[in-house]
Design a protein around this ligand. Sequence first.
Ligand SMILES: NC(=O)c1ccc[n+]([C@@H]2O[C@H](COP(=O)([O-])OP(=O)(O)OC[C@H]3O[C@@H](n4cnc5c(N)ncnc54)[C@H](OP(=O)(O)O)[C@@H]3O)[C@@H](O)[C@H]2O)c1
Length: 341
Amino acid sequence: MMKAIGFKEHLPIESKNSLLEFETPKPTAKGHDLLVKVAAVSVNPVDVGVRKNGRGKLKQPRVIGWDAVGIVESIGSKVSLFKEGDRVFYAGSFKRPGSNSQYQLVDERIVGHAPKSLSIQQTAAMPLTSLTAWEALFEQLGIDPYNHNTNSTKTILIINGSGGVGSIAIQLAHWAGLKVIASASRPATIEWVTKFGADQTVNHRQDLVKEVRGLGYKYVDFILELNDLDGHWDEMAELIRPSGCIASITENRHPVNLRKLMQKRAKFVWEWMYTKSFYQTSDMVTQHQILEQVASLLDKNILKSTLNKTLSPINVQNLKKAHQLVESNHMTGKVVISALE
Ligand SMILES: NC(=O)c1ccc[n+]([C@@H]2O[C@H](COP(=O)([O-])OP(=O)(O)OC[C@H]3O[C@@H](n4cnc5c(N)ncnc54)[C@H](OP(=O)(O)O)[C@@H]3O)[C@@H](O)[C@H]2O)c1
């Protein structure tokens, strides 16, 4: 048996049973699966959303958590990318039990070898947000990370630069050679995004059109929207250059007016980090490749961990604290919960 933390009811985080610890059978690795002994996890807005949104009582507790670092304890018969004892990091699948448990099964094709030079806490901060930012920039927006000559002539606006995804998206866009305008609304977050490579900042609490135009840009080539698609839609439609491209990782609550992009023939694309594992796409292994690349860039100090707060050990109380921080919608960087070392 093993310990896990999950929920049976969709309760406010302050409720006693919003998250609870329970015992469940330790799973066995088969096929492409790794069985990982979890050492540290992080909390993302998706944890809050899945925990809070829904009705009724589940028969079995649902284990959430989509970021982990740990050691491979055993491997399935088809595993070729990892061996027992490897230190790994991953976000995992939306369809399977999450990382808030002592052991977790995860498909090797969405796992990377952990960076060698980072602590478990610095590492656990990275997988979900790095995969999201990488796929949004280099797959969905179509930016070639290695074409610095072209990229150096282009500007990207990143809306929500200081959150988990923004903090790594800024670094990746900067590494690719783009000029980066990041949104941040407070002195501390302006400092944070600048440290990670933002060339200029705008305030998402103000009119973004005025803010960006105030910096001397009529239009920007790319926009990466990371908080409140509805709220920023009109500003983005105004700011995107003709034939430019907008990517969003947040769901709209109301229909968006696509027509606003018609005359500019601007493109709009979605990013969902879970798509590849959810649909078992033929390119699922690209998440392994992205994580390997991110680990290498972290080891070379080209990318830096976005860890901002650490809690320990992994228990209900600390997971609740982390959920509360993320729920505030003012998180800077990432919060990680680690086992006692
Ligand atoms: N599609 C996907 O695959 C995917 C993957 C990851 C995340 N997401 C979603 O993307 C969003 C961001 O995730 P995250 O982990 O980066 O979140 P996060 O770390 O919780 O983001 C917090 C940040 O949001 C900023 N913010 C609050 N209101 C804003 C607004 N109206 N406009 C711009 N920024 C605002 C806050 O800045 P201030 O305090 O300065 O206001 C704060 O620093 C969440 O909705 C999450 O569910 C989607």
